[in-house]
Ligand binder design. Sequence first.
Ligand code: SF4
Length: 63
Amino acid sequence: MKIKVDFDLCESNALCEAMAPEVFELDDDDYLQLKTEETTDENIANVKRAVAACPRAAISLED
Ligand code: SF4
């Protein structure tokens, strides 16, 4: 699945990075960067935790 982030909604609170640091990372300017846009068998559980943790509902998964 593809990992999508609505950057207009994101408030850079790093909750997704806490749940899935292998996918989400805030850069030095506090902008969220995606290390990958693809889910894998290894990261999918953490990505789903990040989706659930985002208070802005900014992260979604698409087929
Ligand atoms: S948890 Fe949501 S609001 Fe927070 S940095 Fe990640 S995408 Fe942005």
